[in-house]
Design a protein around this ligand. Sequence first.
Ligand code: FAD
Length: 371
Amino acid sequence: MKKVMIIGGGIIGLTLANYLDKTKFDVTVIDSLIGQATSASAGIISPWLSKRRNKKWYQLAQDGAAFFPKLVRDFALDESIYAPCGTLVVRPEKALQELAELAENRRKEAPGIGEIDLLTGSQTKEVLPLLKEMPSLRITGGGRLDGQAYLAHLKANAQQQQVTFIEEKAEIVRTDNHWQIKTKDHFLETEILCLTAGPGLLDLLSPLGYQVDIRPQKGQLLSFATNLPTNSWPVAMLEGEGDLIPFSNGQILLGATHENDAGWDLTPTEAAQQQLMTGIGAFLEDPEALFAAPMTMRVGTRAYTSDFAPFFGEVPDETNLFAASGLGSSGLTTGPYIGYLLANRINEVHAQPTDFSCYTKPMTEYIKKRL
Ligand SMILES: Cc1cc2nc3c(=O)[nH]c(=O)nc-3n(C[C@H](O)[C@H](O)[C@H](O)COP(=O)(O)OP(=O)(O)OC[C@H]3O[C@@H](n4cnc5c(N)ncnc54)[C@H](O)[C@@H]3O)c2cc1C
């Protein structure tokens, strides 16, 4: 049985670990749990109205969203983990008309968008009573994923399949036929190595002589524990940086910030709290009532590339070394599908390789040998 080691137990790493063929591979996941984006994330799965022009990214995001029904079946995800709760997009009327046209066009390729309705202010308030009366566009296919609950569920599932977990920071030590991995308490060897470490990919590959086009971005959000009947409420994508994401148990998330100059800093800040409360509060009927609920802050580190696009596949000029990173703000949407595609590639190691070029530029665009 061949060994596969995965460094990085976020959404890509754990989905990959679960889809690897355990009759062929002995799988270990090593994760430092530091700065993880998946656990800090907001949870919006609704890529169809994006105006980004990057076609490969959009194809990946569209196919990633379409993958969710399979993910739900394969891992028996209940509605506390993933729910197709629908999305409301709140914008001025003219912008909503344009978005409705875009949605109608995109639905031809992506039937998962579901129903598309322009709602009046009072209809908007009826489906999400926290909001002021404002017109919105509702798409019923949007969903919400609880990143923390997803990882806990997939970890338990993987453990039942004898996947080993090590909670430590890892370093790679190069050898000829095997990859050696060093952590504080372990020295491990593996035939196949997968790096799904978010922005941590930079530190993992630099000592091997690689330049990696990745930068960390800090994201903060607010989580309110309420007694509100949030179960059937949709996600609201508001103007600016603000989104409101109701989960099934009364929890309401407001977020998130995109801080490019904070590096790896994981400290929650008063400034972010104020920014989110002021920005999102402007859309709420009674912001003070929500802000009176017990609140915690979440902080995570996203990974970005220069062209804001993810990459994944085999690292150039290396044997049995795979990497995936750069998922940015949409990694809950694309991450499970990337994990699945990588698992298929590794499971069918002697078959025709799966072609990822419709989703991502060649990895040499992002990972280069230092001269
Ligand atoms: C505040 C916030 C809100 C977001 N909201 C959304 C959203 O609404 N919708 C959406 O689609 N996406 C969202 N995202 C983006 C999404 O969460 C990320 O793109 C995605 O989770 C990245 O997954 P990943 O598996 O690549 O990395 P991560 O989840 O960051 O996991 C990487 C793991 O690798 C580990 N690691 C790194 N280096 C090492 C090492 N040397 N040794 C061992 N372990 C290591 C880290 O500890 C971490 O656990 C949000 C992100 C943030 C921060």
